[in-house]
Design a protein around this ligand. Structure first.
Ligand code: ADP
Length: 596
């Protein structure tokens, strides 16, 4: 496993030769204190297969290197490592139990999950189980089931948080605070409420820069697979036709100079594991997918605006183009591995280390923007002290590279497709599902390594840190008025009211407002940081006075990337300068929690 923030190495690990980790995996399986599985497990679950290696055999120098690294890691543990290499020594202690996984709600991710579980030799319960399982794998949402223990592969509220409007709002909050750090997200407006602002801002920009001929992309909120998306040249082209109210949308600056390969626009689907919110732990898959358009790209003009095969990279759209190329080779075709793209770029002299590091920081910053509200959802759905599962989630990040290689975030998917087959048209209008080796290579590795990272029998680090914030010394009357005003305004927007009182966005707005009033001359992020410090200071005094909290006030540090088992295709994501900034986001959440 590489250390945090390193780039993939396509030269040494060409995608077609990426080794499955499975041959060495049994050595990774931790000891479980109990004896062999209870009889019921045997009766209900699918027993793990014999310890043979799954998937393609490693070949080539890159693969060897990875396989070696895997077993070398075990060597350090002495006898245990050397006796458990399934498929080589074949020795498996009789008393080792298996992690149990409920796959009954896995939906379209089922095939990839099954292969991963076979590789890990974990126990699958395809029809659920009377006893609790260690892991519950849900295809769609956290609310698919009532679960009181174990781990579930969805966070409450994630689907809501990554909808186009909510994501834009969350990123914008951070853009207000750290405009330069968050310039990877296109300028966006939320419709219908910001339509007048959109019109006014575009007019202003055009006036100040007459040669500017922008294009905008309109994306319905909650849409996916390119559904309902269209390009416009002028705000007046927005299809108001009475449906903006019923279908809110985001309108966004269109990136008109994307990086092209073979004259085609493409985007990147990267898989990101949010392992934990507290401490914040993020892993990024070393490889992802690149989805290509099927018509040569031209900068948008009134004539070509409607050509979806030229402007939209969605697989679900381009598959219907006569030019779509299905390929079993990861380096060619309309869907390729991202590492093959990096390999190609690197052969042209592109600094892929920098590119990868820019992508990692985009991912981390995006997760940071989502974290405060995710914590609110989490605490509301799984309140501390009540029985409930812990959560993790694989997210799909869609990223576009600009011609100058700057990565731009397009969107985040809470339920990225984990299908490992694609539709093929046998005869006109008759489709059949056939295996897709490129999807299988990438997605099975992502699921398998996610499971390995979530292995419940691995030792967990404890987070004992705590953070409390108190109120400021504003007059209570003015704070009350602000509270009432802002709460009323946000509630009238009809957003999901999971709790009474102020929602998180309203709280953030109120907090910013108080900070601006108190620290007038500073930039916004310093105003907010100062107010947080101020609150913390007063809380510390309060704590001291009351002698309630023996630990006093501890500033929480978000912890990233602590666990790096060898051979994983997921890289722990770290970004040191960001950690300090993240503290602010965490503080905001904590303050909200203490208020309620
Ligand atoms: P959906 O969820 O419907 O797929 P996306 O936001 O991913 O919506 O947009 C669909 C496609 O449109 C993307 O894959 C990309 O090719 C293109 N696209 C989206 N936003 C932009 C943008 N701001 N600039 C250029 N192309 C974009």
């Amino acid at each position: 496993m590489e250390s945090a923030g390193t780039e993939p190495e396509p030269e040494r690990c060409p995608p077609a030769q990426e080794p499955p980790v499975s041959p060495a995996l049994p050595a990774e399986e931790p000891e479980r204190s109990e004896a062999a599985p209870e009889p019921q497990q045997e009766a209900e679950g699918v027993p793990p297969p014999a310890p043979v290696a799954q998937g393609r055999r490693p070949s080539g120098p890159g693969s060897k290197g990875q396989a070696k690294r895997c077993s070398a890691g075990k060597g350090g543990r002495g006898k245990r490592g050397s006796t458990r290499r399934a498929g080589e020594e074949g020795g498996r202690p009789a008393r080792r139990a298996h992690v149990t996984v409920d796959s009954s709600k896995a939906k379209t991710s089922l095939e990839a999950l099954k292969i991963s579980l076979r590789q890990l030799r974990w126990r699958e319960f395809p029809f659920g189980r009377r006893l609790p399982c260690d892991i519950y794998w849900h295809g769609v949402s956290f609310h698919d089931n009532d679960i009181f223990s174990g781990q579930v592969n969805k966070f409450p509220g994630m689907t809501e948080m990554v909808r186009k409007i909510t994501l834009s709002r969350a990123v914008r909050t951070m853009q207000d605070l750290f405009p330069e750090e968050y310039n990877f997200y296109p300028h966006s407006w939320i419709l219908p409420e910001e339509f007048p602002l959109f019109v006014a801002e575009v007019r202003m920009m055009k006036e100040s820069d007459p040669p500017w001929k922008p294009t905008f992309i309109v994306k319905p909120d909650g849409g996916c697979q390119g559904d309902g998306i269209y390009l416009i040249k002028d705000p007046s082209d927005i299809r108001m036709a009475g449906n903006l109210q019923s279908r809110p949308a985001v309108v966004q600056e269109y990136i008109s100079k994307p990086l092209l390969i073979d004259k085609l626009k493409f985007d990147i689907r990267l898989y990101v594991l949010l392992k934990s919110l507290e401490p914040l732990e993020i892993y990024i898959a070393k490889d992802g997918l690149s989805r290509f358009c099927t018509e040569p790209y031209q900068e948008p003009t009134l004539k070509n605006l409607h050509q979806v095969f030229m402007h939209l990279t969605n697989y679900s759209l381009n598959i219907h183009s006569g030019n779509f190329i299905h390929s079993d080779n990861a380096n060619t075709g309309s869907k390729r591995t991202f590492s093959s793209v990096l390999y190609r770029l690197s052969s042209k002299g592109v600094d892929i280390k920098k590119l990868w590091s820019d992508i990692i920081s985009l991912v981390i910053k995006t997760v940071i923007a989502l974290t405060p509200e995710l914590k609110v959802y989490y605490q509301s759905d799984i309140p501390a002290g009540k029985p409930g599962p812990t959560c993790f989630q694989i997210l799909g990040f869609d990223i576009l590279l600009m011609k100058n290689l700057k990565p731009v975030l397009l969107e985040v998917n809470a339920n990225p497709s984990m299908r490992i087959e694609h539709e093929q048209e046998l005869s006109p209008g008759v489709f059949e599902n056939v295996p897709s080796p490129v999807d299988e290579e990438i997605k099975v590795a992502v699921i398998r390594d996610t499971l390995r990272l979530m292995d419940p029998y691995k030792k967990k680090k404890k987070d004992n840190q705590n953070c409390k914030l108190s109120n400021s010394n504003f007059s209570m009357a003015s704070v009350d008025i602000l509270y009432i005003d802002i709460t009323r305004r946000w509630n009238s927007m009809g957003l999901d009211q999971r709790e009474s009182g102020m929602c998180l966005q309203a709280f953030v707005e109120a907090f910013f407002c108080l900070a601006q009033r108190r620290y007038k001359s500073l930039p916004l992020h310093e105003q907010v940081a100062s107010l947080i410090d101020f609150c913390e200071y007063h809380l510390a005094i309060l704590d001291e006075k009351r002698l309630v909290c023996s630990r006093g006030m501890t500033e929480r540090r978000a912890e990233l990337g602590t666990c790096q088992p060898d051979g994983l295709h997921l890289t722990a994501a770290t970004h040191a300068p960001l950690l300090n900034r993240m503290t602010a986001a965490n503080k905001l959440t904590d303050y909200r929690n203490h208020r309620s």
